[in-house]
Unconditional design. Structure first.
Length: 345
């Protein structure tokens, strides 16, 4: 039975619950500040009454006695347990979201193996506690209260499931990130339409200049062949978007996606059900993609999908001079024209 409504113990509990959520720790000075008890002896007696009704959990911190607030629902749940179940439950409750290993838990309860096993099984069957695998100790089973979520340093974060790396989640989220970065860092071009526009704006480089350049390239290839030098590498195959369109570089000065923008897009898209990834999680995933060569850094904070280093722009000796309206630009670049006209293998 809980303390009578309106009693001193009930008043103390209500004032604690009105100020703080369940799980808050109160020291004697905190409880005395509610002015429910006139003397210290009465205050200790009220606390003991709340402990007996499972509304307070008595603890010690650095040798000082304190009390942890429980909700009335948890107190009612706790009251229906056997003494052994209460003992196991209280030790699991005390560790919070970090959980406790099975062997450690049994050692703290000092119960016999049969008693401990029976109490643990009963608590799990009643859905009062749950087990999980700690990423740092994958071979050990840990326990925590059923309504809690394991701390990130224990679970390994969103990329771990039951103590193992969730490869499917990583692969799926990686593709989602790559598509977002690709759309924001490359321009999708219809080759035929772009070629028509390119021909209209190509006033400064006549067809004879392009033919002269091609003849020079062919002559150089013939000379290399006669001299026994290595031949040209395979012709460049331009990167394609998911829709099959060719991707061309953005102009100089373009702002590329940052970690913050990638994280915000993922959160807004809700691609991971029931989980909101932290920015640190997405940063780690992006760094993984950079390491794999699927993303590359652009400036201090930007990222884009790879491919430009193989295009003419990536090896162009005057790339820094290339800009719209400048002496070197995509409108009069013969290498860029050849790149767009490359036949797909």
């Amino acid at each position: 039975m809980p303390p009578a409504t309106g009693s001193k113990a009930d008043q103390l509990y209500e004032r604690c619950a009105a100020r703080h959520k369940p799980g808050h720790i109160f020291y004697q000075a905190d409880l005395a500040g509610f002015n429910v008890a006139d003397k210290t002896e009465m205050l200790i007696q009220l606390c003991q009454e709340l402990v007996q009704h499972n509304l307070f959990q008595v603890l010690t911190h650095e040798g000082v006695v304190c009390w942890k607030l429980r909700s009335r629902e948890d107190a009612a749940k706790f009251s229906c347990l056997t003494p052994h179940e209460r003992l196991v439950y209280s030790h699991i409750e005390a560790v919070g979201t970090t959980g406790v290993a099975r062997d450690t838990l049994r050692g703290r309860t000092t119960l016999l193996e049969a008693q401990f096993k029976r109490a643990l099984h009963s608590l799990e069957s009643k859905n009062f506690i749950k087990s999980f695998f700690n990423q740092k100790h994958a071979s050990k089973r840990f326990y925590m209260l059923a309504e809690l979520t394991p701390a990130e340093d224990a679970s390994g974060g969103i990329f771990y499931s039951d103590g193992e790396l969730d490869i499917d989640l990583i692969d799926g989220l990686s593709l989602f990130v790559l598509r977002f970065v690709e759309d924001a860092s490359w321009a999708q071009v219809d080759p035929k339409k772009h070629q028509q526009q390119h021909q209209k704006g190509r006033r400064s480089v006549p067809a004879s200049a392009i033919k002269q350049k091609k003849d020079a390239v062919q002559s150089a290839r013939a000379h290399a062949f006669r001299s026994g030098l290595p031949g040209d590498p395979p012709r460049y195959k331009p990167p394609l978007s998911a829709s099959g369109r060719r991707l061309v570089p953005r102009p100089p000065g373009h702002t590329y996606p940052t970690i913050t923008e990638i994280h915000g897009f993922i959160v807004r898209s809700q691609v991971i059900q029931d989980v909101v990834p932290k920015q640190a999680d997405i940063a780690a995933l992006v760094e993984h993609l950079v390491f794999d060569g699927r993303l590359e850094r652009m400036g201090v904070t930007g990222f884009r999908t790879t491919g430009i280093t193989e295009a003419p722009c990536g090896s162009c000796p005057v790339f820094d001079l290339c800009e719209e309206g400048g002496p070197v630009n995509a409108g009069n670049c013969i290498y860029f024209a050849e790149w767009l006209e490359t036949e797909e293998a």
